[in-house]
Write a new protein. Structure first.
Length: 161
């Protein structure tokens, strides 16, 4: 990170100085982690330079949402896949893809947990999990013919829980 601070020059005049502070962010650090550079602030006559403190923020990821050391991925499946089972490819943080076979009915609260595929936990020395949730795509209402609706009514149970 590049900072600009005020320092006293050899001629006794105040001037601005640019300095680069290097932050080595470790995998798995949580948002809110503070990195302190002691006495790197403005150097004013008769005063001890202040500390510079950086606070880590999570940057949104296109595929994953962080939940502590676990990460959550939402797989998109259609209604047929949700009712009959399917095989999906799940991306990992390392760039690999894991194939998961689902043999049961997927409902909106169904999740699958892949152990050890989450973020490293610096304090615990192990990795979190990759939790796969599901987004079920229903057919567009105008694409269901009355014949299809009739077939579905005959095939699917009508009981309400």
């Amino acid at each position: 990170m590049k900072i600009t601070r005020r320092v006293m020059g050899p001629d006794g005049k105040m001037r601005k100085e640019d300095k680069v502070l290097t932050i080595n962010v470790k995998p798995g650090w949580k948002a809110g982690t503070k990195i302190t550079f002691q006495k790197e602030g403005d150097q004013l006559p008769g005063k001890i330079p202040a500390d510079i403190v950086f606070i880590i923020r999570d940057k949104p990821h296109p595929h994953f949402v962080r939940q502590g050391s676990d990460i959550r991925y939402t797989a998109k499946v259609n209604l047929t896949q949700a009712l009959t089972g399917c095989r999906i490819e799940v991306p990992t943080l390392s760039g690999e893809r894991i194939n998961i076979t689902i043999d049961e009915v997927i409902n909106p609260t169904t999740t699958k947990r892949i152990k050890g595929q989450g973020l490293p936990s610096p304090k615990e020395g192990k990795r979190g999990d990759l939790i796969v949730g599901f987004d079920i795509k229903f057919p567009e209402p105008h694409k269901l013919t009355s014949e299809t609706k009739s077939l579905l009514k005959d095939l699917l149970p009508q009981s309400v829980y």
